[in-house]
Design a binder for this molecule. Sequence first.
Ligand code: DQA
Length: 146
Amino acid sequence: MKVLFLNGPNLNLLGTREPGVYGRDTLADIEAQVRERAAELGVEIDFRQSNAEGQLVDWLQAAREGIDCVVLNAAAYTHTSVALRDAIAATGVPTIEIHLSNVHARESFRHRSLIAPVCRGIIAGFGKDSYRLGLEAAVRLGQASA
Ligand code: DQA
């Protein structure tokens, strides 16, 4: 099984970015923890970040080849991007929406997700553990469809 983790804008700044909201782990720290858990589960992962919406669309489209599940922290694009939503709907690759923070406990503009209706489920508010939980949910989906 292969799981693709995609990270959207400003997540490259984790570690120093609003640590009270997002914690002190860098994205590389989080990736290392995800890789450790993936090794235990025997799952192959790819882990990427881009600030560019079009790049994320390209990666979602490419996921049609060889990716069993996408775990997506679309960051701010969650709340704005019809393009990401359409890409998820177009490819049909099962996608799990994740967030470090509990977006529903924050500003009202974060309460709306344009991608949620085309995702299989949502994990939010568990800090870096949202990534591990996303991986575990992806594995469950894979087992259910096997
Ligand atoms: C985020 C929540 C988004 O609202 C925000 O724009 C982010 C990060 C999270 O992981 O908590 O950049 O996706």
